[in-house]
Design a protein around this ligand. Structure first.
Ligand SMILES: [Zn+2]
Ligand SMILES: [Zn+2]
Length: 93
């Protein structure tokens, strides 16, 4: 768990990873856990958001940077010290 910013696709709740409720797989047939929205209780409906302060746009790129930090940002806030390759992450809207 971390402080990555996330947004619920169902109700638009905005928060951080640590605020998401975690439940065990109801079928108990795996170690999988489900991430549940604290607002609408929908499962696994999160988008990662831009990690720039005050920006809640859905992150469209993940960029490794020279400062050795992996950043998720929207297309407007791509880190200036990013390492050339940009990986597109899948967006389900
Ligand atoms: Zn929700
Ligand atoms: Zn942004």
């Amino acid at each position: 768990m971390s402080n990555s910013k996330v947004k619920c696709k169902t109700c638009n709740w905005q928060g951080v990873d640590d605020e998401i409720d975690i439940v065990e797989d109801p079928k108990h047939d795996s170690d999988t856990v489900w991430q549940i929205c604290p607002e609408c209780r929908d499962a696994e409906q999160f988008n990662i958001c831009c990690d720039e302060p005050n920006c809640w746009k859905v992150a469209t790129c993940g960029s490794p940077t020279l400062s050795n930090v992996y950043r998720h940002t929207c297309d407007k806030h791509i880190p200036k010290d990013k390492i050339t390759t940009v990986f597109e992450i899948e967006i389900n809207s």
